[in-house]
Design a protein around this ligand. Sequence first.
Ligand SMILES: NC(=O)c1ccc[n+]([C@@H]2O[C@H](COP(=O)([O-])OP(=O)(O)OC[C@H]3O[C@@H](n4cnc5c(N)ncnc54)[C@H](OP(=O)(O)O)[C@@H]3O)[C@@H](O)[C@H]2O)c1
Length: 281
Amino acid sequence: MHAAQVGHLDLNIVDGRFGILPTLPFVPGTNACGTVVASDVHPIGSLVRLNGSGLGLRRDGGWTEHAVVPDKAAVATPAGTDPALACSFFSPAGTAWAAVHDVAAVGEGERVLVTGAAGAVGSMAVQLAVRAGAEVIGVVGRPAKLEHVPAGAKAVLAADLSAEALGGPVEVLIDTVGGPVLAAALGLVRPGGRATLIGYSAGREFSVDLADFLLADVALLPVNLMTRGRGLAEVGERLLAEIASGELTLNIERYGLDRLEEAAERLRSGAAVGKVALTMD
Ligand SMILES: NC(=O)c1ccc[n+]([C@@H]2O[C@H](COP(=O)([O-])OP(=O)(O)OC[C@H]3O[C@@H](n4cnc5c(N)ncnc54)[C@H](OP(=O)(O)O)[C@@H]3O)[C@@H](O)[C@H]2O)c1
C-alpha cells in the first residue's frame, strides 16, 4: 500500500456509528491505493486503487502496509498518479458532480449556495458550479477556512449568513454539513428552488414546520454516492485527470501511519482542510 483515505465513513465505522459494522478484530480503510504484489488478474507492479466489495467494512481494508482484496475491488490507475489523490478523489469529486449536475442540475446564471465550502465535497461542488456558469456563494463555519473557499466564489462565514448578506435568495443549496446549518440555509432558497443534502457532520436531525415547508416550495433532495457511484465511473476518470493536472483543486492533508490519531482528530473536529490521507511510503 502507498496511501489510504481517512474518511468520515471510516470514522463512523470505527466509532461504531455506521449502520453496518465489521466483526472485530479488523483493519479499517474503505479507500486505498497500492502496487499489485500478486494477482491472477492485475499486472504485477501496476498501480491500483482499492474500494468496494466491503473493503474496510465487511472485510479488512487499507489502513495497513499490505492488503489482500478481491480482484474486483482493484481498479487500474494511471502510473505516476499521486496515490493519496488516487484513493481520495472519487468520493468528493463524484459526490459533487452528482449534486451539481445530476441532482440539482445547476444551470448557467443560477445562484448557488454551498455549505462546508472549504471541505472536500464542498470545495469540489464550488468549482463545478462555477464551471457550470453559476454565481456561487461558499459558506464556512470558521474564519480560518474563508481563504480555502475556491476562487470564483464569494466566501461567507456561517455566522454572517442572511438573505441580506447573500443579496437575496438563491436557486440552489448544496449542503454538506447538515443539522442546524441545513435548517438555516434552507430558508435562503427561493420558492421553486432545489436543496441537495450530502452530509450531516453538524447533526443528523433537524426539525421542519410542515406548513412553512409547503409554503417555501423548495425540493429537498438527497445525494447518495453509494447508489450513484457506478454510473459516475467515466466522469470520475475525467475528474481525476483534471485534479492531477491542476485544472481542479483538491487539498489533501497527509499523515504517516504513526500519526493516525492526529489525522482522525483533524477530520473529526472539522479542522481538516480537504481530504485526509495516510501515507505508507
Ligand atoms: N451523500 C454521500 O454520498 C456522501 C459522499 C461523500 C461524503 N459525504 C458526507 O459529506 C460530508 C462532507 O464530506 P467532506 O469529505 O467534504 O468532509 P470535510 O472535508 O470534512 O468537510 C465537512 C465540513 O463540514 C463542516 N462541519 C461543520 N460542523 C462540523 C462538525 N461538527 N464536524 C466536522 N465538520 C463539520 C466543516 O466545515 P466548516 O469548518 O466550514 O464548518 C467541514 O469542512 C460528510 O458528512 C461526509 O460523510 C456524503
